[in-house]
Design a protein around this ligand. Structure first.
Ligand SMILES: *[C@@H]1O[C@H](CO)[C@@H](O)[C@H](O)[C@H]1NC(C)=O
Ligand SMILES: *[C@@H]1O[C@H](CO)[C@@H](O)[C@H](O)[C@H]1NC(C)=O
Ligand SMILES: *[C@@H]1O[C@H](CO)[C@@H](O)[C@H](O)[C@H]1NC(C)=O
Ligand SMILES: *[C@@H]1O[C@H](CO)[C@@H](O)[C@H](O)[C@H]1NC(C)=O
Ligand SMILES: *[C@@H]1O[C@H](CO)[C@@H](O)[C@H](O)[C@H]1NC(C)=O
Length: 461
């Protein structure tokens, strides 16, 4: 990471590139990092390009409007004459009437779970988001699943986040077992290949609903390993031999997979089956709901990664709350893609993907957001963390009148982000000044502590 930072600083120093870039695209243009780092004398580059537009580019209507929004921003655009899907247009002011700062091509970063096919079963349902519906989401995929009280979802594999009460059972490769009941806002994580099952208890009459996030964009819940499916595809003679019994013992096993199916609600206080080999050394569940949120200027933050949830080596979660008018500050992730999920409120996010490419999206509860760490064909998931990536700068603004709360999930063991403000505060002031042409007082007062969520404010001219 330090290599990357040094390289980006070089791009600030190289006035040749700073001049070539539009003034609004600043120094985060990391494509130039392969240039030699001659400590150039920083000529004032801004004077050689036009200033960035003064257009405030705020949203042109609220996503909760009941008006008939049109693709018009100031003097740009014109009304829709043909048919339009009004609810979708209302929810997406920044797609229908984008800010003039949006430009070029950035892939789709929004997927409402409402648009997913729903697999409805006796006892619940499941719907998913993966690379098939969101091509940019190469590193993670997710399933939103509902189980009525007592219902079981059996099988192998999986990570994540609970809304009701779910009893999880598992056994690791050393034959150590595990059973726990997790409540609303808690997490579970099962390493790949570790068998487990999930069953809703009756602690809530509604059963449970949860999100499963998988560290693989190709994941499909339709092709998970299910116990019933396996046994239905093994010769009965082999089953009898395996369990050292007669074939008649298998007369009534299910003839095809059971995915979600009803059952009697388990005792919420049940203990794992007694086991001479003992319980797993590191719990598969984590009481995320009990983690106190760290207060921030404009909201709060909770994190669960391998520092507090040691078994979770390939999924880390943060829950961010942003007050009305506040904002998750401009930042990027040096090593990992960000899979997001809106729990409540209204969000606005611009993805800046280098070379003048930028695109703004609006998000509502139940929407998946996806921000790759790096962007562009040369920068596949395997290359994340290399110093030459096109890092994807973004922010998350609360554009509603209520608290915005969302999850950020990463396929990593440790969450990392880089704050633009903190970086500039820790860069020599003269260099920042020469690059961005900001008022000296602003440069002098840049906060050296990462804000994560900046305080609410009403922006004026
Ligand atoms: C069950 O769900 C309904 C909405 O479907 C909700 O109104 C009700 O409060 C829920 N009950 C419990 C106990 O969570
Ligand atoms: C298998 O079947 C035989 C004869 O039909 C019976 O004597 C035996 O008890 C059965 N074994 C098991 C394990 O069920
Ligand atoms: C929940 O299930 C337990 C058995 O596990 C049963 O004793 C209890 O009465 C049930 N409670 C409700 C509210 O259905
Ligand atoms: C917030 O409240 C103001 C004033 O009541 C209203 O005009 C605006 O549409 C609301 N915004 C949202 C996102 O609900
Ligand atoms: C700098 O940021 C930290 C963290 O947000 C905050 O506690 C502190 O008050 C800020 N300092 C100034 C001078 O604004």
């Amino acid at each position: 990471m330090s290599k990357f930072l040094i390289s980006v600083l070089c791009s600030v120093l190289l006035s040749k590139y700073a001049v070539a870039a539009p003034a609004s695209s600043l120094a985060a243009s990391s494509t130039v990092v392969s240039e030699p780092s001659t400590a150039a004398s920083a000529a004032a580059p801004i004077s050689t390009v036009p200033y960035a537009s003064n257009n405030p580019n705020e949203i042109t209507w609220s996503p909760t409007t009941d008006s008939d929004p049109q693709p018009i921003r100031g003097s740009l655009g014109a009304s829709i004459l043909g048919p339009n899907n009004l609810p979708i247009d209302r929810q997406n002011p920044d797609l229908l009437a984008p800010p003039t700062t949006d430009a070029g091509t950035v892939g789709n970063a929004k997927w409402p779970m409402s648009l997913s096919h729903n697999r409805i079963q006796t006892g619940g349902w499941a719907r998913q988001q993966n690379e098939a519906v969101m091509p940019m989401a190469t590193a993670m995929a997710a399933v939103n699943m509902r189980l009525e009280a007592g219902a079981i979802r059996s099988g192998l594999f999986l990570p994540v986040l609970d809304r009701g009460y779910t009893q999880v059972t598992s056994m690791d490769a050393d034959g150590q077992n595990y059973l726990a009941t997790v409540g609303p806002g808690d997490l579970w994580y099962f390493p790949p290949g570790i068998p487990h099952s999930l069953q809703a208890t009756n602690q809530s009459s509604n059963g449970t609903e949860f999100l499963l996030v998988f560290p693989d964009g190709d994941f499909s819940e339709d092709s998970t390993f299910l116990l019933t499916d396996w046994l239905a595809h093994v010769p009965k003679e082999v089953l009898a031999k395996n369990f050292q019994t007669n074939m008649s013992a298998f007369d009534e096993i299910p003839g095809q997979e059971l995915y979600i199916f009803p059952g009697a609600a388990p005792d919420p206080d049940a203990k794992a089956v007694s086991n001479p080999a003992g319980q797993v050394p590191s719990p598969f569940t984590f009481a995320f709901s009990q983690v106190p949120a760290t207060p921030l200027a404009g909201g709060s933050l909770k994190i669960a990664d391998s520092r507090t949830f040691p078994i979770a080596t390939s999924i880390a979660v943060s829950q961010v709350s942003v007050q009305p008018g506040a904002m998750r500050e401009l930042h990027w992730h040096p090593t990992q893609d960000e899979w997001g999920y809106i729990l409540e409120g209204q969000a606005r996010v611009t993805l800046f993907a280098d070379s003048g490419n930028a695109r703004t999206f609006d998000f509502q509860p139940g929407d998946v957001s996806y921000v790759p760490a790096t962007y562009g064909e040369a920068f596949s998931a395997e290359n994340v963390g290399l110093p030459y990536g096109i890092y994807l700068g973004h922010y998350v603004e609360n554009i509603g009148n209520t608290t915005l709360t969302f999850l950020e999930v990463y396929n990593t063991n440790i969450i990392q982000d880089v704050s633009l403000t903190q970086w500039l505060a820790l860069t020599p002031a003269a260099m920042v000044q020469a690059t961005l042409n900001l008022p000296q007082s602003l440069v002098d007062n840049l906060n050296k502590t990462k804000a994560t969520v900046v305080a609410p404010m009403t922006v004026t001219n």
